[in-house]
Design a protein around this ligand. Structure first.
Ligand code: MOS
Length: 709
């Protein structure tokens, strides 16, 4: 029996990606394709008084100019989360109102991209302008309604047990502090782009980077009044998504509408500048945490109050309080989420939405409490570990958080930690060590997979689920290789097409937990259909009989287990920083992450996911920052050169280890997923190390040089 699961397998799609043969949305070659360029608002609040398209229409190569005055027909979709959601509830070109800078107000279509872009600049717009609200300090807050479905709203909104306020007032030890994060922009390597190709007035193919082709298929069908099967979404490869490519954005909707009207295949590519404003960002957050503990470090109360911002045209709450009932056992708990509207584009999911900024605040506050109590921060966490989810009232399944802490501390050499801030120097720089916990829920959806055995000795695995760069192709192949007893080279995987069996969504770190059980089940099913014990026997029978293929499909879904258990992944980060106080220069010099994610299917891509999360977290901690221009409302950063995030030279070697056991309560494969947990806790570990190095407690991200002087 060949053992594939758990080993480190190279990416199935690695070669295609480095050779440039992996086809991304904008690269599909469609005959007679024309090009659209978005016209976007240059004010952040007001109304279009006049829009003059005459010069643009006469420019060379121009085919059409769309504005709110001749907007193509679009139907309002049901916009249910987990069914057919669009990112922004207001449809493109709906009326003459402008709600944020960068909002789409027109589309110029021409025979080439350059001519469309040139003509877009010839559209003359006059506005009636009102003062935009783009400064969070001027916003007014109210209780967050939450954009999540009813079921999830319970998880993420306000909540209280006991009496946190009274407990905090009388506590032996307490921490009360406010922690901030900056607006963060999505910056996947592959920018947003859509090609819409109508085969006839009622059959649409969309090439679009999508984390969820089946959901996107339903959504486009509703937007254009079509039966679902008349829409096909094709996304074999994504160049990163991180939450920004789960549902259609206005540019994609407008592209399909214009293509239908023109009866021409149409491509719309969104520029980096436009992407900063109209394809989602993570809202800035302000979180007030109050912790109360006994003198020997038993937590008695946590109050966590969160403020985040949404756009005037949709509601998205950054659900930071999702982690608070999960991490530490506490009899008195109070959670509150507030939301304010600003004249900015609609914020959205970004890797560990809620969990990431939530853990920044909670894990910073825990460090402050540890210093206040003179208790080792690892000890403080071990002492207060939660045995159950305090909101669901359910015990955690296969939880090995304590092992993450112990193994991480040992690997890092934590016991040799200097006991006082500012007590460690090297080459004239201050050195500090910090740690923080990591967590992310185990989510799983239903999934279907088809397996086809061919006489040439290969097995094809087919499912609509997407690989957004995470390694899903490889995880599917490894699971099938093990289930069929074949070398992984004999497995071929096709994904990312709505014609394939429903593989669910690549979001919420759930692709592996959803797909792997379905792959297992379909592989068993195909051997049953073949009436053989092994795939080799099935191949021999195929060759003998002259049959073209043997195939089987299987579907798997979560059952009643979520009523008995809370599923959650765990981790711990340990890091070292050096700080040159003369120039405010901070370097992350060492990193150890230990994760408990249930069963690890591919140790190589799993470790890469954690490293990617840590790197993205270092970006959040040290560099990623976005303000909105008070006059024009646009983000003041506007491309990959002005929006800073880490390069290789900023990143130390990142050691990743996995502990724990397969979570077989969760699914038959025992995997909980690993896409998002890596980023959680990273910024807190760094700020905690900065405190250890310098004695300065930084509560406002990013930790840019001037904060260290
Ligand atoms: Mo993720 S933020 O669930 O794509």
């Amino acid at each position: 029996m060949n053992k594939v699961i758990g080993t480190g397998v190279n990416r199935k799609d690695g070669r295609a990606k480095v050779m440039g043969t992996a086809t991304y949305a904008a690269e599909h070659q469609i005959p007679d394709l024309v090009h659209g360029y978005l016209v976007t608002a240059t004010i952040a609040n007001g109304q279009i008084k006049s829009i003059d398209t005459r010069t643009a229409e006469k420019a060379p190569g121009v085919i059409a100019v769309f504005t709110h005055k001749n907007a193509p027909k679009i139907f309002k979709p049901s916009n249910d989360f987990m069914n057919s959601k669009i990112y922004e509830a207001r449809l493109p070109l709906a009326d003459d109102k402008v709600h944020y800078a960068g909002q789409i107000i027109g589309l110029v279509v021409a025979d080439t991209f350059e001519r469309a872009r040139d003509a877009a600049h010839l559209v003359k717009v006059e506005y009636t302008t009102q003062k935009p609200l783009v400064d969070g300090k001027e916003a007014s807050f109210k209780e967050a309604a939450g954009m999540f479905g009813e079921e999830m709203k319970f998880e993420k909104g306000s909540f209280a047990t006991g009496n946190a306020a009274a407990e905090i007032a009388s506590a032996a030890a307490k921490v009360e502090a406010t922690y901030k994060t900056s607006t963060e922009l999505h910056a996947p390597m592959e920018p947003h782009a859509t090609i819409s190709h109508w085969q006839d007035a009622n059959s649409l193919t969309v090439y679009e980077p999508s984390q969820w082709v089946l959901g996107t298929q339903r959504t486009y069908a509703e937007l254009f009044g079509l039966p679902t099967e008349r829409v096909r979404i094709v996304t074999p490869f994504l160049g990163g998504a991180f939450g920004s490519k789960a549902f259609p954005w206005p540019h994609g909707i407008l592209c399909a509408a214009a293509a239908r009207k023109l009866q021409r295949p149409l491509k719309v590519v969104v520029s980096r500048r436009q992407m900063t404003a109209n394809t989602g960002h993570r809202s800035e957050t302000e979180q007030t945490l109050r912790l109360a503990a006994t003198a020997d470090g038993n937590l008695q109360a946590i109050a966590h109050e969160v403020k985040s911002y949404t756009s005037p045209v949709d509601v998205f709450t950054e659900p930071c309080t999702s982690i608070t009932p999960v991490m530490y056992a506490v009899p008195n708990l109070r959670l509150n989420q507030e939301l304010a509207v600003m004249n900015v584009g609609t914020p959205t999911f970004m890797r560990a939405p809620g969990e990431n900024p939530g853990m920044w605040a909670l894990e910073s506050a825990m460090d402050e409490l540890a210093w206040a109590l003179k208790i080792d921060p690892v000890e403080l966490r071990l002492k207060n570990e939660a045995k159950q989810h305090q909101r669901q009232g359910l015990p955690f399944s296969a939880k090995h958080f304590a092992e993450c802490l112990r193994v991480g501390a040992k690997e890092f050499g934590w016991k040799d930690r200097a006991k006082q801030p500012r007590s460690l120097t090297r080459d004239g720089k201050l050195i500090g060590w910090g740690m923080a916990a990591a967590t992310f829920p185990g989510l799983r959806g239903k999934a279907s997979v088809k397996v086809r055995l061919l006489p040439n000795g290969t097995a094809h695995i087919l499912t609509s689920g997407n690989d957004m760069g995470t390694g899903a192709y490889t995880v599917v192949a490894a699971t099938a290789a093990e289930a069929l007893g074949l070398p992984i080279e004999q497995i071929r995987v096709e994904m990312g097409d709505s014609l394939l069996p429903d593989g669910g969504m690549a979001g919420g770190s759930m692709m592996t937990a959803s797909l792997a059980p379905a792959v297992m089940s379909a592989c068993q099913e195909v051997l049953k259909t073949a009436k053989t014990k092994t795939a080799q026997e099935a191949f021999a029978n195929l060759r003998q009989s002259g049959r073209a293929a043997i195939e089987a499909t299987a579907s798997t879904a979560p059952g009643a287990e979520a009523k008995k258990w809370a599923f959650q992944s765990w981790g711990a980060h340990f890091c070292e920083v050096s700080v040159d106080e003369e120039i405010g220069r901070l370097r992350v010099t060492r990193w150890v992450s230990v994760m408990d994610i249930g069963r690890v299917i591919n140790s190589k891509t799993a470790a890469s996911q954690v490293r990617g999360g840590v790197i993205m977290g270092i970006g959040q901690a040290l560099m990623e920052e976005c303000h909105f221009d008070p006059n024009i409302g646009y983000p003041v950063v506007y491309d990959l050169a002005t929006y800073h995030f880490p390069a290789h030279a900023d990143i130390p070697r990142i050691e990743v280890a996995f502990v724990g056991e397969p979570d077989l309560n969760f699914n038959p494969v025992g995997a909980r997923g690993v896409g998002e947990i890596g980023i959680t806790g990273v910024s807190a570990a760094i700020a905690n190390a900065v405190y250890h190095a310098t004695g300065k407690r930084i509560r406002d991200l990013p930790i840019t040089p001037e904060k260290l002087l």
